[in-house]
Design a protein around this ligand. Structure first.
Ligand code: HEC
Length: 190
């Protein structure tokens, strides 16, 4: 009787262990899950493409997905007169360059090209999203509007890592947007 119980316990243990092994996701599966989660966050929740993907006929252009403000595209001029007349924000037709009381900003390239996030590390990306510092470097300037980093800074580490993994998986596009034109002085200087 005792022996039979022992055998049963051993058998159940073996089956449970086998199930655990089968159920354990492989690391490739983990990576695929992380990228899928990142895609969902970027496209459906945080809508990064709203500003980082240039428009074509008013819609985000899938061919230029997340490549930032096209280097040679039109940018709205900074105009104190317009601001005095109550026009707080003007936006380029591409919807990737923005002029307001802070100056003029250009959405950056989020693709894994050298002109985008290609040379960044995951740590720098997470720091940039949390601290609003250019390049994620504490010694660099603070990011200017309208990049909503104050909203994004409370995203969990796991989700920021998922966003990073997804952004590293999209097609790299060669585009270096112009540097921001800052009217506010420190801490927004280059
Ligand atoms: C409302 C518009 C808007 C949205 C939405 C937006 N961004 Fe931005 N983002 C900008 C602008 C404009 C800049 C440039 C700011 C500057 O030059 O100070 C920027 C800058 C950045 C930078 C800094 C790059 C550098 O060189 O330091 C990163 C990283 C970034 N965005 C990632 C994201 C991600 C990821 C999302 C979605 C989770 C996102 N942005 C959503 C407008 C936006």
């Amino acid at each position: 009787m005792r022996r039979r119980t022992t055998r049963l316990v051993v058998a159940v243990g073996v089956v449970a262990a086998a199930m655990a092994v089968v159920k354990l996701p492989t690391s490739a599966q983990d990576d695929a899950d992380r990228v899928a989660r990142g895609r969902y966050l970027v496209d459906a929740v945080a809508s990064c493409g709203q500003c980082h993907t240039p428009r074509k006929n008013a819609a985000e252009d899938p061919e230029r997905y997340l490549m930032g403000h096209p280097r040679s595209a039109e940018a709205p001029k900074f105009s104190m007169d317009l601001i005095r007349q109550g026009v707080l924000l003007s936006i380029a037709p591409s919807y990737t360059a923005f002029s307001g009381p802070w100056g003029v900003t250009f959405a950056t390239n989020l693709t894994p090209h050298a002109t985008g996030l290609g040379s960044w590390t995951e740590e720098a990306f997470i720091r940039a999203m949390r601290t609003g510092k250019h390049l994620g470097d504490p010694d660099k300037r603070s990011m200017l509007p309208p990049m909503p980093w104050r909203h994004y800074r409370s995203i969990t580490d796991a989700d920021l890592r998922a966003i990073w993994a997804y952004l590293q998986s999209i097609p790299p596009l060669d585009n270096a947007p112009p540097p921001a034109k800052n009217q506010l002085g420190k801490p927004f200087d280059q």
